[in-house]
Design a protein around this ligand. Structure first.
Ligand SMILES: C[S@@+](CC[C@H](N)C(=O)[O-])C[C@H]1O[C@@H](n2cnc3c(N)ncnc32)[C@H](O)[C@@H]1O
Length: 351
């Protein structure tokens, strides 16, 4: 459970002594729910995913879900609360901007999946459903798409615009048992939030028919993403950094080797994780871009954590950020360097 990931629990152990802890900050996720990642002094991660996979292998009976006293499975409760109660209004406020920024990443991952007309697709953690609609167009009227997410407000917006061959379900991707298997399993920036990644990816593999295909796009490290790094750097001149986060978050699969091993251990065949560099469109003007970036991820967390202390500083912060963004203004608007990974894999034809 995310809520049990305390800072003290993630303190360096003796066998990882040279490691220092760097917080990987989580988009819109409050301090208590963010995740700690351990890196060595050269910035290499200590592969927390693998540690978690090993721990899970030692306790295979849990299947990634806590059992309540009446035997119900409960997983990802903290993520459900965060997205429904805290993040939904924040994301609705920047929905149009986010859709424009993220669309090229999703299109690249859908191209890697190569859907065919007539296929069935699962869109894992579909948010507002824009990639569900993209997939629905690619599989055509003879195909079908199911978008799943834990956030009811996002799904309500998605249902209001659903194409005829798309449906939505409010379920946990980590634990839901799907009625019938899919030809395709897809996700755009949605598979980094599970509190038990090995259990979640094993479940996604089970959702595929034998021979089915998987593709997902995830963020690379914040230092490779100027849309994260630049506003945080500007803020650092005015406000204290947010403390190290705990729990899952948008950069939790930023280690391609660990991600590939996670897919292998979940039973996928032919896993591949390849880098993707696409400019991040932040706005038509530096003014618009500055306003957007201060509402996203780590920068937003710094401002929230500062509370009222940030208010008088805000005009100077925005002015500095506009200056920092100016070199990135081109004919299409403000485009910032951004890096992600596309993972592809399959379920073996033999099952
Ligand atoms: C950054 S959003 C990604 C949304 C979408 N894929 C997109 O690209 O716009 C993360 C989403 O993860 C969902 N989520 C987190 N954990 C989940 C889980 N275990 N099962 C289903 N949805 C989950 C949240 O509700 C939220 O909509």
């Amino acid at each position: 459970m995310v809520g049990t990931h305390r800072v003290a629990e993630a303190a360096p152990r003796k066998d990882v002594r040279p490691f220092k802890m760097i917080g990987l900050l989580c988009a819109g996720v409050p301090r208590a729910a963010r995740r700690l990642e351990i890196r060595d002094l050269k910035g290499r991660t200590s592969l927390p995913l693998l540690e978690r996979a090993n721990a899970r292998a030692r306790h295979p009976a849990s299947h990634g879900a806590r059992q309540t006293c009446d035997g119900r499975s409960v997983a990802n409760e903290e993520q459900r609360r965060i997205w429904n109660e805290l993040n939904a209004p924040r994301f609705f406020a920047v929905r149009a901007e986010l859709e424009r920024s993220l669309a090229p990443f999703g299109h690249a991952a859908i191209d890697a999946l190569a859907p065919h007309p007539g296929e069935s697709a699962l869109d894992v953690v579909c948010g507002f459903g824009s990639t569900t609609a993209d997939l629905a167009a690619r599989v055509g009227p003879s195909g079908r798409v199911l978008g799943i997410d834990l956030c009811e407000p996002f799904l309500a917006a998605a249902r209001a615009e659903a194409p005829r061959n798309a449906k939505y379900l409010c379920v946990d991707a980590q634990t839901h048992a799907f009625d019938s298997p899919f030809d395709l399993c897809f996700s755009r920036f949605g598979v980094m939030f599970f509190d038990d990644p090995p259990a979640a990816f094993a479940n996604l593999r089970r959702a595929l028919r034998p021979g089915g295909r998987f593709a997902a796009v995830v963020w690379a490290a914040p230092r490779q993403n100027a849309w994260v790094e630049l506003p945080v750097r500007v803020l650092a001149a005015y406000l204290p950094p947010s403390p190290p986060p705990a729990g899952p978050g948008p950069f939790s699969l930023a280690d391609p080797g660990a991600f590939q091993q996670l897919l292998t251990r979940a039973g996928f065949s032919r896993p591949r994780v390849v880098p993707l560099s696409v400019p991040y469109f932040a706005g038509a003007t530096v003014e618009a871009a500055a306003l957007l970036l201060l509402q996203l991820g780590p920068a937003a967390a710094v401002l929230r954590d500062a509370g009222d202390a940030a208010k008088p500083l805000r005009p100077r912060i925005e002015a500095d950020l506009r200056t920092a963004l100016a070199p990135f203004l081109g004919p299409r608007g403000v485009e910032l360097p951004a890096a992600a990974f596309i993972a592809t894999a399959a379920r073996d034809a033999s099952g």
